[in-house]
Design a protein around this ligand. Structure first.
Ligand code: SME
Length: 155
């Protein structure tokens, strides 16, 4: 069970994206609301699966050079291949890590699953070591579900 403030974010995102009718607008609105949840979220965005490559979508944060990520690359690629969320407490100790900002210390990646299909993922970087908790993972998985539901409605 997630706590009230996290459940509130899930509910707020559900309401906000119901008012968006374009895929990019849905993802932008969700990225902005997620990013505003914590000062420790320093890059918050989406990657979208296109022909077995992850392409960067809407995000809040510094510009990233990783606009296309192969499934054999990065924490992003690993989460897409495993179809599972990955939390990395210390990115410097993880050889898979692709750095966006030199200040990043921890990361979470949560796939957008439509049944067994990975549509993309939510990626958050933090400058704080071990920033992401089990509660955050559960919250982001619930957000991924509401985002996928909305994408299904509008496509
Ligand atoms: N850190 C990610 C790459 C994406 S950028 O951080 C925005 C990774 O290791 O896959």
């Amino acid at each position: 069970m997630i706590d009230n403030k996290r459940q509130q974010l899930v509910d707020n995102i559900r309401i906000a994206i119901a008012q968006q009718h374009d895929k990019t607008d849905v993802l932008q609105a969700a990225a902005e609301l997620i990013n505003a949840f914590s000062e420790a979220f320093n890059w918050t965005g989406f990657y979208l699966m296109r022909e077995n490559v992850l392409e960067v979508g809407p995000y809040v944060g510094p510009r990233t050079e990783h606009v296309r990520i192969g499934l054999d690359k990065g924490i992003c690629g690993a989460a897409a291949l495993q179809k599972q969320s990955i939390i990395v407490d210390d990115v410097q100790a993880d050889p898979r890590f692709l750095a966006c900002a030199p200040t990043t210390r921890s990361e979470i990646v949560v796939p957008l699953l439509d049944g067994d299909t990975v549509l993309g993922e939510i990626d958050i970087d933090s400058d704080r070591p071990a920033c992401f908790t089990t509660q955050d993972r559960q919250m982001l998985e619930a957000i991924a579900d509401v985002v996928v539901m909305r994408l299904r409605e509008i496509r």
